[in-house]
Design a protein around this ligand. Sequence first.
Ligand SMILES: [Zn+2]
Length: 349
Amino acid sequence: MDTIACSSCFVDQGLRLDAEQIGIAGDASCPNCGSTEGKKLDKSFLSSLAYRFFVWGSFGRTEYGGAPLIQFNELQKTTITPPPWMQADVALFESLLGIGFFYYGPRLWMVGEIEPLKALESLKERPKIIAKILKTYPSRHIESNRNFYRIRKDPKHPDLHTEFDSPPNPYLGSGRLDSLELPILYASPDLEVCVHECRVTAEDELYLATLVPSRVLKVLDLSVIPDESESVTEFESLDMAIHQLFMAGKHSYEITRAIAGAAKQAGFDGIIYPSYFSLLRLGLMPLRTTYGLSHRRAPELQAQEESFTVPNLAVFDRPIESGLLKVACINKLVLSRVAYEFHFGPASF
Ligand SMILES: [Zn+2]
């Protein structure tokens, strides 16, 4: 390993801690600061540190999508203004990597300027795009040997199967897909997703139901990257529209509920959709690009991008009451340890 710096070289505490995670322990003294204690960084580790701290660390969400506010490359001089304690740190990156940091003007598709998404926001054009979604995304069969999980916080009668059904009417209309017209039972094959999406805390009494379909379920799968012509750009992509729609907050629920309603009308039992939590669960930066092109539009990267999605299942109406889903088992769920992983970014620049 060709050490050029170490975690002790940095003044900013966030950069030091990030460098400790990325670097490797070793007895040799650092050629830059002379420390023997710091975790050692070679050129590629130092470059990873610059990316994670400045690029990912400055990622800001917009109404749909989002983008990093800082970028760096070997062609530009630094034009950001780091806080006083970080100036020597920035100078170290500049001299050792030959790079400059600058304000990034994102490609507009990254911040939601996508034609199908704009059309979904318009009440007039929405039905046309939803019809296209139903035609473009695959229909999947879920066999009756598949398990799904559903968690309830503080149920009155934890042994009662219907406690795990879609919520009663007064509670409808607060989730991503449910409305008074269409109750939804949310479940997932991934237990960690379930725990996260329930926003549980240590004080909650938690119960877990294992659910199995009583017959083959026919669902609309929105978690895959559909076949779109390679000539379709990010600006025109239905996939990019759906991807950003399911990443977005409450302002997007009106649209996702309309998609659920249309899928129900079309005879589906439910929807598989990408989890809001996927990226966090897998520790990935949203909307990854190379030279401003989305990885989701690159054919050689699509299988990998798809594997980054943890699917969620939404079943229409009240499937436990109707017998479509059976409660195979109910357990108490005990939170024994909660772990968070994090890294840092600049607070001002
Ligand atoms: Zn050092």
